[in-house]
Write a protein that binds this ligand. Structure first.
Ligand code: KDG
Ligand code: MG
Length: 413
């Protein structure tokens, strides 16, 4: 048996998704997620123009060999576009292998290490009252862990906070289309001020502890916006509130920045959603500068690469916190869930449910019960793309926002 066809599907049921379909000569179908938020067409072109023809006729069972062939052969290694393309092929091949074996993928990864996957929800609000309501709703729904993001006095709309603009519903973690829903021509721009943020946030965590007690796992995402010394101060200031993690406090490409944060604080640190390979973690893991690995299976070369990365992290007592926002498709989410269930050093899984339209296009077998996910018992990844449903939703260009300081300087985010 061999790979007979490799095709790329682009659909936009509310947001863009790129999905790879691999079919074997005896008709087994595998799916892989290749979605790179705001840069979707670059990965789609990489796959259709440079990868698809090289896979035809190859043995679909040779997953490691295919991974190494796609990683090493092109000379140009790493980067989000390349690694998302490799991830999609890898996921599809694991999907096929597990379907041929007639088992859910986690069984091929060593079987279940736990009964359910603890998730965290995203709560946000422009002010404390709105944030408190959002957190309370998730606690009532059974979540034991909640990520909290809120507005900062003096700043307008900021990234990661759900709010409403005149004429536009502003969804958190967005890539923006134009206001009328058509393709955007440029990113929207937001204003950022780190001193205001640093002054405001500790009080928010203090109130959350008063209102929700010490049992709730509270997470927070700094979206790479602090300098090393600002992050060190912030991590130290919020230590009394016992966060589960502080995520992406400094820009991701500077691994040694976290040495400074570590020297000053015991607040647990998470990073990695913008990373692509194990090499982005080499210093962070070997020097124990982080507590959680935040990579997405979709952006880090797939299941083969993530399993190795997480095994490497395990040696240093570092756990998983796999990226799971809505720009990871249900296929990418399923890949994360099979790993979560199987690995020993699982920490937590991010969970932002997809909208109903997305779930009509992608049929999933994973289940959710009061804060815990499970990948289900369907053979393979357990997600199938309904191509005729997907065809109804045309690609619509969208951009992630840009952050500027009050003087107009482009800032990290
Ligand atoms: O595409 C960008 C989003 O995936 C990102 O903003 C989500 O920070 C994020 C998170 O922690 O989920
Ligand atoms: Mg994040």
């Amino acid at each position: 048996m061999s790979i007979e066809s490799v095709d790329v599907n682009i659909t936009s049921p509310g947001r863009n998704f790129v999905t790879l379909k691999i079919v074997t000569s005896d008709g087994v179908v595998g799916w892989g997620d290749a979605t790179l938020n705001g840069r979707e067409l670059a990965v789609a072109a990489y796959l259709s123009d440079h990868v698809a023809s090289t896979l035809i006729g190859r043995d679909e069972d040779r997953i490691e060999d295919t991974w190494q062939y796609l990683y090493r052969a092109p000379y140009w290694r790493r980067g989000p576009v390349t690694m998302a393309a490799i991830a999609a092929v890898d996921m599809a091949l694991w999907d096929i292998k597990a379907k041929k074996a007639g088992v859910p993928l986690y069984q091929l990864l060593g079987g279940a290490s736990r009964d359910g996957i603890r998730t965290y929800a995203h709560a946000s609000g422009p002010d404390y009252a709105a944030l408190k309501d959002a957190v309370a709703a998730y606690v009532d729904a059974g979540f034991t862990a909640v990520r909290v993001q809120t507005g900062v006095p003096g700043l307008g709309q900021i990234y990661g906070v759900h709010a409403t603009r005149p004429g536009e519903k502003y969804n958190y973690e967005p890539a923006h289309r134009a206001a009328d829903g058509s393709s955007a021509v440029a990113p929207i721009e937001e204003t950022w001020d780190t001193p205001s943020y640093l002054a405001h946030m500790p009080g928010v965590f203090s109130r959350l502890r008063e209102d929700f007690g010490s049992g709730l796992r509270i997470l927070h995402d700094g979206h790479h916006r602090m300098s090393p010394i600002e992050a060190a101060r912030f991590a130290k200031d919020i230590e009394p509130y016992g966060l589960f993690w502080l995520e992406d406090c400094t820009p991701g490409e500077d691994q040694t920045a976290l040495r400074l944060v570590r020297q000053h604080s015991t607040t647990p640190l998470a990073i990695g959603e913008v990373f692509n390979t194990v090499f982005d973690y080499q210093t962070l893991i070997t020097e124990r500068l982080i507590d959680y690995v935040r990579s997405a299976v979709t952006h880090t070369g797939g299941i083969t690469a993530m399993k190795k990365l997480l095994d490497f992290a395990a040696i240093y007592g570092i756990k998983s916190g796999i990226h799971g926002p809505t720009d990871i498709s249900p296929v990418g989410m399923a890949a994360a869930l099979h790993l979560d269930l199987a690995i020993h050093n699982f920490g937590i899984q991010e969970y932002m449910p997809h909208n109903d339209t997305t779930l009509e296009v992608f049929q999933t077998s994973f289940t959710f019960d009061r804060g815990f996910l499970h990948p289900g018992q369907a053979a393979g990844l357990g997600v199938e793309l309904d191509e005729s449903a997907a065809a109804a939703f045309e690609y619509t260009k969208a951009y992630l926002p840009v952050n500027r300081l009050q003087d107009g300087t482009v800032h990290d985010w």
